[in-house]
Ligand binder design. Structure first.
Ligand code: GLV
Length: 378
């Protein structure tokens, strides 16, 4: 990992080491990918004020995230199918996050189960929930997260219907999965990846398998998942979740100020301003464009987190300058995982941390609390 100097290097390695279907699943966005691109373009438009001759010898990245101390304002976002990027991917990513002193969020659509991770790490992690039609199953999933001592529940609110990712269809990442000769040959040409997957605990949706009567093979599970998108989901369901989950609740996928206002009254402690990394509503504004108005409106009432497009410490600094308290990264660490397992995730976190501390130094700030819009050129 010595010559890996930025997240793009991890992305390149991931692309080489992992079958195309899984790399593309993480890398690509929905439809024409306008929002995917806007997330990056709009972040890069934001310029810093270079400040000099300020004592920046006491730089400190530590901060509070949802009331808990973290080594830096960064959280690993929920990412589906991590365990197909690398065997036991969710466990490895969680270990890397905890070693770095930041939270890891496990996706409902993980390969490892909640219990697998809980048995493999020392500290609590966060759990991300998709509310599906089968509310009995959702209740049991929340209860499993409680039993595993998860320290926050991240409810995804922007995936009631799924944005089409063209590349997933082309790659046969469909329901049920499509097996073509070219796909099998691609798998066979990635022996290191394959042996990691074969050594991993599981190769299917660990949170679901064994918990749904009579649905155990991948094809049946995929069909079940596809039938479970609950288009009736609405704000009243948050009350229902609140009645089961006693801990911290974060709503992930708020992009509109009116939704943020409702969220502020929902009993959730935080929101993630997010367009799902450009994977859902194509044509939506970039997440960074939406952030300032939401911060203005509800920033004093709840904790505002940010995701979608973060690939560097500079991007974290930009989001913090516009009022986010912390950022989630998804692709940035998934690339690390595909590139090099736990060490790759650790590398992604380290790179972003180093970029952030350098950017703070060059902008003349020492602490996370000091970061505000004064660090930006307006
Ligand atoms: C699921 O959350 C996805 O974006 O694939």
């Amino acid at each position: 990992m010595k010559h890996i100097t930025c997240i793009e290097d991890l992305r390149e390695l991931h692309k080489r080491r992992v079958p195309k279907a899984f790399f593309d699943y993480a890398d690509r966005g929905s439809y024409a990918e306008e929002t995917l691109r806007a997330n990056r373009d709009d972040l890069q438009q934001i310029k810093f004020r270079q400040r000099v001759l300020v004592d920046v010898s006491k730089r400190d990245l530590s901060t509070d995230i949802l009331g808990e101390r973290a080594a830096m304002p960064l959280v690993l976002a929920p990412v589906g199918l991590l365990g197909m990027q690398h065997g036991d991917g969710e466990i490895l990513a969680c270990r890397a996050a905890q070693a770095a002193g930041i939270p890891f969020t496990q996706s409902t659509m993980s390969i490892c189960s909640i219990e697998d991770i809980a048995a493999s790490v020392d500290k609590p992690f966060w759990f991300q929930l998709y509310v599906m039609k089968d509310r009995g199953f959702i209740k049991s999933l929340i209860e499993r997260a409680i039993a595993a001592k998860c320290s926050a529940l991240v409810l995804t609110v922007d995936l009631q219907v799924m944005g089409q990712r063209h590349q997933d269809i082309k790659n046969g990442m469909t329901v049920p999965p499509e097996w073509s000769l070219s796909k099998l040959l691609d798998f066979a040409s990635k022996p290191a990846w394959m042996s990691g997957i074969l050594r991993g605990k599981r190769r299917t949706f660990g949170n679901l398998v064994g918990h749904l009567k009579g649905i155990d093979d991948v094809a049946a599970l995929s069909v079940w998942i596809n039938s479970q998108f609950d288009t009736t989901l609405n704000w009243k369901d948050i009350d229902w979740i609140r009645s089961i989950w006693p801990g911290k609740l974060v709503l992930k996928g708020i992009l509109d100020v009116e939704d943020a206002e409702i969220a502020a009254k929902s009993g959730a402690q935080g929101i993630v301003v997010s367009n799902h990394g450009g994977r859902q509503l194509d044509g939506a504004p970039s997440s960074i464009e939406a952030l300032p108005e939401i911060v203005d409106e509800v920033g004093s009432q709840m904790e505002i987190m940010f995701d979608s497009g973060v690939r560097s410490g500079q991007d974290v600094m930009r989001a913090l300058a516009l009022g986010a308290k912390s950022c989630m990264i998804g692709r940035a660490y998934a690339y690390g995982l595909g590139a090099g397992g736990q060490a790759g995730v650790a590398k992604a976190i380290e790179l972003i941390g180093k970029e952030l501390t350098t950017t703070m130094g060059l902008c003349g700030v020492n602490t996370i609390a000091e970061i505000g819009d004064h660090v930006l050129v307006v």
